[in-house]
Structures are given as C-alpha cells and as structure tokens.
Design a protein around this ligand. Structure first.
Ligand SMILES: Nc1ncnc2c1ncn2[C@@H]1O[C@H](COP(=O)(O)OP(=O)(O)OP(=O)(O)O)[C@@H](O)[C@H]1O
Ligand SMILES: [Mg+2]
Length: 260
C-alpha cells in the first residue's frame, strides 16, 4: 500500500578502490623520485668509477706489507659500497624499460637466492623453512629481477631477526592464474604507523651505512613491472609476512592473446 515506508540500504565495499588509489599514489611518487634518482645516480657514477680505478692502480703499486695498503683497501671498499647504492638507484629508476621475460620456475629462483645467502643466514642462526606448492605453475618473469626481489625480502627478514629465528618461504597457487609467494620472519615486526612508509625510497630504520631504504622501493617497482602485487602483514614483536602475487605464465599468455 502507499503509506508503507521503507529504507534501502546500499553497502559498497570500498577496500578495493582505496587499495587502487593507494597504489596509484605510490606509483606516482616513485616515478618522480625515480627520475631524480636516475639523474643523480648517473652523475655520481662517473667520478665514482674514477675513484675505484685509481684506487685499484695504487693498490697495485703499494706492497701489501705497507700500512697504506690497508687504508687503500678501505677506500676501495667504501667506493664499492657507494657504487652499490648508485647501481640500486639506477635499477630502481630503470624499471619500466624493456626487460626480458621468460617462463620460469619460481622455486628455482627462490632456491638460487637462498644458496647465495645461506652462509650469512646461518651465521645469524636463522633457520629456513620451505613450504612449496608442488604444483606451482610457471610464472612469466625475469629471473634476475625476481632474484633481486627475494634477496631484498630475505635480507630484510634477516635484519629483523635479532638473534636466532626463522624465515619461511611459502608458495601457493589459488588457480591457474595467480602465484602467491610469501616471505615470513619471526622478527621484530613493523609498527602500524610505519607500514605506509616502507616502500618509500630512502625510508629506513637501519643505522647510517647499514641501510639505504631502497630495497623495498626497488622491490615494489619490479613487482609492478611483473603485473603483480605486494602486501605486508606485521605483528610488532612477533614477525612480518610479505606476500607477492604474480600472474602465471598461462594467465599472461591469455591476456596477451586477448589484446592481440
Ligand atoms: N621483514 C621486516 N621486518 C621488520 N621491518 C622491516 C622488514 N622489512 C622492511 N622493514 C622496514 O622497512 C624499512 C625499509 O626497508 P628497505 O628494504 O626498503 O630498506 P632497508 O632494508 O632499510 O635498506 P636497504 O634495503 O636499502 O639496504 C626497513 O628499514 C625496516 O624498518
Ligand atoms: Mg632492505
């Protein structure tokens, strides 16, 4: 009848939209900083190469017994460190340019990364647990860049574990479309108010000379380049889990076919 009243309640789930907006903001921030970083890195690289090669020449002229030799070696180590930072910056700003993508076995890339880091993880009394999905589909990606991603995440996990702990590598695939890779640690965790900053270039809580704050910025860029996502969950005092999702090679091929 006409005098009946009612209410229409419309509920809209905005989490996806907010997430998308956050991602856009992050990407814009990264692209402007990336340009600046590339410019600086490029300019700094040339004099740095000079310092490295002149130091190398001097090292060849001075006998190892000379105390100056040890000092020169320190100069070279510092120059190497600076050069690593610069290369990271260049890598970071280069994401988006042509990268070769291949069908790859993510477990293989994870294991290669672990092998490189094994000794230092053992030195820090860190136990590695692998929990791999035996039926994980292939990913379409660049092995070198993904190795850089896993290295960054594992080294961050190591740094978060004060003395003794565990890092878990977990993989899964929900369907034939998506691969999930998680790197978890039993470390100190990230305070809720800092979570939003961790992907910012130069955001670091590590001491001078210990961290440049580029690891996760680079990681973020590479994951984007792979049409993937990265997210984090952390419980301060208990640990952190980084989760990356990547489209499978199958999903990429289907998308490619659809756009042709
Ligand atoms: N697994 C983790 N546990 C706790 N904090 C983390 C973890 N991963 C990242 N963070 C926090 O995020 C910050 C930024 O990480 P990011 O890898 O970008 O830089 P960094 O490790 O400090 O330096 P870099 O990677 O350039 O050597 C870290 O300084 C740390 O505070
Ligand atoms: Mg790092």
């Amino acid at each position: 009848s006409a005098d009946r009243t009612g209410a229409l309640v419309v509920l809209e789930d905005v989490t996806a939209r907010i997430r998308l907006e956050e991602q856009l903001q992050q990407r814009e921030k990264l692209s402007s900083i990336g340009l600046l970083a590339a410019g600086v890195a490029h300019e700094v690289n040339t004099p740095l190469t000079g310092v490295s090669s002149y130091t190398q020449m001097l090292l060849g002229m001075i006998p190892e017994t000379d105390p100056k030799h040890a000092l020169l070696q320190k100069v070279r180590r510092q120059a190497d460190r600076a050069s690593n930072i610069v290369n990271n910056l260049l890598n970071f700003s280069r994401t988006g340019s042509a990268t070769e993508f291949n069908d790859l076995d993510v477990h293989r890339v994870l294991d290669d990364t672990l092998q490189l880091l094994e000794t230092q993880l053992r030195r820090n009394q860190i136990e590695i647990e692998r929990c791999y999905d035996p039926e994980l589909p292939k990913a379409l990606g660049n092995a070198g860049k993904l190795q850089q991603v896993f290295t960054n995440l594992i080294l961050n996990a190591r740094d978060a574990i004060p003395e003794g702990g565990q890092i878990t590598l977990f993989t899964a695939s929900t369907d034939r479309e998506t691969i999930i890779i998680e790197v978890s640690d039993t470390g100190i965790g990230i305070a809720a108010e800092n979570v939003a900053k961790i992907y910012d270039p130069f955001y670091t809580t590590k001491g001078v000379g210990r961290g440049t704050g580029l690891g996760l910025a680079v990681t973020y860029g590479i994951v984007q380049e792979h049409s993937g996502h990265i997210s984090v969950e952390s419980a301060p005092g208990r640990g952190t889990t980084f989760r990356i999702t990547l489209p499978t090679a199958h999903a990429q091929a289907r998308l490619q076919a659809a756009s042709d």
